[in-house]
Structures are given as structure tokens and as C-alpha cells.
Ligand binder design. Structure first.
Ligand SMILES: Cc1cc2nc3c(=O)[nH]c(=O)nc-3n(C[C@H](O)[C@H](O)[C@H](O)COP(=O)(O)OP(=O)(O)OC[C@H]3O[C@@H](n4cnc5c(N)ncnc54)[C@H](O)[C@@H]3O)c2cc1C
Length: 404
């Protein structure tokens, strides 16, 4: 009996703890932060203090909680069920942290990850890959890192950076040699008080408005050698490099999928409860088959998305390569499900779904970003199609042949 969908008692406990936090701490503040586009510092601090922020997911050897990859999906879904924008604010440092863990030297991991895990002090991180002219085609980035005595001078603009400009640690990708193409790209860590880095425009958004999104502008920003990720003090490469780290994104996609599932579930539960109360033509609208079947489809799609996400999380935990793009499948499907389910939830509420008195219009606005960030739905389809057509493996073999 190898297949087992039951949760451990620890997973059940974490789910109950985060769900309680979502209902008591996040939901009552969700409208305010959505309306005012304010960063929810108080909620972020509380989540950090009780150990349900990104630190919970970092390895124990760097001060983190060492949650396994399936439990982190449960945490992500529950936070997003509370409020998607706040969940992003709470969890966004995880992406930068994952980059440091994937690319950094042992010394860098000790230096930076420990700081993000200090339970007494909330410190946040940001990850800047996207630029005004390079989004999906991220490897065409233009930010330069020019060699100078003792380090590098970084110049460029990072676009749409979550926590950009307010983060204590900013991971940015830049090229040390444009003629080398993707091989010239390296990750750097920039500290908040660096005079060469400043926040540009703070974006006003459709959804996840509790989360801070801004440009980050680098002007002759000096970064010392020891902050170049994956290179030791002698300038020798020690890790998989930036490209290797980006390939590892496949393994971080299930957590994004879990966020989308949290929104979808919030919308479904609200619509279901409403449909049992609201009466038209002498009976609850849930008793009209058109509404009941919509709810059935919503529940089915949410479960299917969760199964894909948990499979990918389980594979990441076991160290099984995602040879068919299983992480992308989870992210793609969950993003599309979140959009369909939240649109349907608005429909179930009719006119009341469209007004701000009820949260479903916010759920619908929040869901859209899951078809865009961390690789758009089209890019996920591209990735999956390459895996299923065998092109990724062939490309990998060609690279190996070239290297040998
Ligand atoms: C709120 C928010 C937060 C974000 N946070 C971060 C962050 O913290 N760090 C970070 O680095 N980035 C972040 N991003 C950037 C995000 O990852 C990009 O917006 C996303 O990757 C898409 O890039 P783009 O917006 O430039 O769109 P484009 O790449 O210009 O794409 C436009 C359209 O063309 C399609 N398209 C592009 N290429 C192809 C192709 N080859 N085949 C088919 N279709 C294609 C896309 O799917 C899309 O529909 C954030 C974005 C937002 C909106």
C-alpha cells in the first residue's frame, strides 16, 4: 500500500493552527489592506512570531523550521485561504530565501538565512529577476554587474518586485558578461541600506493589494565579492549557478499552486454557504441544479488542483526529478482553477457577488495574478510541452555532451 493521502498528526496540527490564524488575524483586516494597499506589518510579525512564515520552511541547519515540502503546501493554502495579498506579504521572502539556498555558498546561507529566521525580529527579503524589457524571457535581462576592486557595480532596473524597496535583503540577478548569454547571469544579495539601491514606482494593482510591488533601481550599486551568490572568496563557483537555480524553480511551483488553491477554496466555501441561505423561486438557490452543479464542478477542480500540487510537493520532498514538468502542471492548473472558481463564485452570488460588501469580487481579483507571476500560464504550457515532447531531455543531453 504505497499510496497514502492521510495527513500526519503534525500536518493536521499545522493546518488547524494556520486556519485559525487565517480566520482570526487575516480575514478581519483583509478589506482594509485591499482598499488602502497597505503592507500588513502587524500580521506579518505575528505570523513570524508563531512560526508560520517562510522561516518555517527553511532548513533547520540555518535556523528554520525545516517543514517538509507537502506541509509547506498546507501552510501556503491556509494562509491564502485567509487572504491572498497578506499571504504573499508573509511568504514572499521564501522565494529569495530559496534562491540563496539553491545558489549560495555555505557561508552565504549561514549569513543570510539565519537573519530571516530570527524569531524575535522580522526581516524580509525580495527577489528581482523581472525587468521592464525582460519578463517571460527572463534570461535576456539587462542589469549589469561590472567588476571593480573588491566587488561589482550593479546598474539596472528590476520591475514588479514583491517587497522591492522595503526588503532587508534583496536578491537580484545581473549579468557579468552579456556576450556569455545566460551563462553570464549571477545572483547577488544587496542589503537594504546600500546607497546605490532605491525603490522606484510602487505599483497600484488589481489584486493581492496587501502585497507591496515596486520597481527597484540600481545605480552604481556596489556589492562586495562575498555577496555574489555561489562564488567563494577566491571567485570560484561553488553551486549550480543562476541557471541551475532557475531550473530548480520547477520545485518551488507547487507552493505557488497551493496559494491559488487557497483562494479558490475561500471563494467556493463562501459561494456554497451563500447558496444555502439565498432563496429565489421559493427555495435556496443551491437547490437549483444549475447552481448545485456549478458548486460540484468547483469542488472537483479544487481537489484535482490540490492532488497535482501535493504530488509535485511529494516529488520535491523525495528528490524525484520532475521529468514531465509536474511542478508546472500544478501551477498551471491551480492558477486556471482559481480563476474559473472565483468567477463562478461571483456568478453564484449574482449582483451581490459584484459588490464590495461581499469578499468574492476580491477573491476574483486576487486569483488573476496566479496565471501571470512565476511564469505565466502560457510559459507553463511551453515548459510542459517541451517536457512531454522530450525536448527538455534532449536539450539536457546536448548540454551534457557539449560539457564533456
Ligand atoms: C504583482 C506582481 C508581483 C511580481 N513579483 C515579482 C517578483 O517578486 N520578482 C520578479 O522577478 N518578478 C515578479 N513579477 C513579475 C512576473 O513574474 C512577470 O510579470 C511575469 O513573469 C510575466 O512577465 P511580463 O509581465 O513581462 O509579461 P511578458 O513576458 O511581456 O508576457 C506578455 C504575454 O505574452 C505571453 N508570452 C510571452 N512569451 C511567450 C511565449 N514564448 N509563448 C507564448 N506566450 C508568451 C505571456 O504569457 C503573456 O501573456 C511580479 C509581477 C506582478 C504583476
Amino acid at each position: 500500500m504505497a499510496l497514502d493521502f492521510s495527513l500526519t498528526s503534525e500536518q493536521e496540527e499545522i493546518r488547524a493552527l494556520v486556519r485559525e490564524f487565517a480566520v482570526k488575524e487575516m480575514r478581519p483586516r483583509a478589506d482594509h489592506h485591499d482598499e488602502h494597499e497597505e503592507t500588513p506589518w502587524e500580521v506579518m510579525r505575528k505570523a513570524h512570531e508563531i512560526g508560520i512564515g517562510p522561516a518555517a520552511m527553511f532548513p533547520t541547519e540555518y535556523g528554520g523550521g525545516g517543514l517538509d515540502r507537502v506541509t509547506e503546501l498546507i501552510l501556503s493554502e491556509e494562509l491564502s485561504f485567509g487572504d491572498a495579498g497578506m499571504a504573499v506579504s508573509i511568504l514572499a521572502s521564501g522565494l529569495a530565501g530559496a534562491g540563496i539556498i539553491a545558489m549560495g555558498t555555505e557561508e552565504q546561507k549561514q549569513r543570510y538565512i539565519f537573519r530571516l529566521c530570527d524569531p524575535k525580529d522580522l526581516r524580509i527579503a525580495a527577489m528581482g529577476l523581472t525587468e521592464p524589457d525582460s519578463g517571460s524571457d527572463s534570461l535576456s535581462l539587462r542589469t549589469t554587474a561590472t567588476r571593480v576592486d573588491g566587488g561589482y557595480l550593479l546598474n539596472g532596473t528590476k520591475q514588479f518586485c514583491t517587497n522591492g524597496g522595503i526588503a532587508d535583503l534583496q536578491v537580484v540577478f545581473a549579468t557579468t558578461d552579456r556576450s556569455a548569454g545566460p551563462a553570464g547571469i549571477t545572483g547577488f544579495v544587496i542589503e537594504k541600506d546600500n546607497p546605490g539601491m532605491r525603490q522606484g514606482r510602487k505599483e497600484r494593482k488589481l489584486g493581492v493589494r496587501a502585497s507591496h510591488t515596486a520597481q527597484v533601481i540600481l545605480e552604481d550599486c556596489f556589492v562586495p565579492d562575498e555577496a555574489r551568490l555561489g562564488f567563494d572568496r577566491d571567485g570560484k563557483a561553488t553551486g549550480p549557478g543562476a541557471i541551475g537555480a532557475m531550473l530548480m524553480l520547477e520545485a518551488t511551483r507547487p507552493a505557488i499552486a497551493a496559494g491559488a488553491i487557497g483562494i479558490a477554496r475561500a471563494a467556493f466555501e463562501f459561494a456554497r454557504d451563500y447558496s444555502l441561505e439565498r432563496e429565489q423561486f421559493g427555495k435556496p438557490i443551491a437547490k437549483h441544479e444549475a447552481i448545485a452543479f456549478k458548486l460540484a464542478d468547483m469542488a472537483t477542480e479544487i481537489d484535482a488542483a490540490r492532488l497535482l500540487a501535493w504530488r509535485a510537493g511529494w516529488m520535491a520532498e523525495q528528490g524525484i526529478p520532475m521529468a514531465r514538468g509536474e511542478g508546472s502542471m500544478a501551477k498551471l492548473f491551480a492558477g486556471d482553477v482559481a480563476m474559473r472558481v472565483t468567477v463562478d463564485a461571483v456568478q453564484v452570488l449574482g449582483g451581490y457577488g459584484y459588490i464590495k460588501e461581499y469578499p468574492v469580487e476580491r477573491f476574483m481579483r486576487d486569483a488573476k495574478i496566479y496565471q501571470i507571476w512565476e511564469g505565466t500560464a502560457e510559459i507553463q504550457r511551453l515548459v510542459i510541452s517541451r517536457y512531454v515532447l522530450g525536448e527538455r531531455r534532449a536539450a539536457g543531453r546536448a548540454r551534457l555532451a557539449q560539457a564533456s
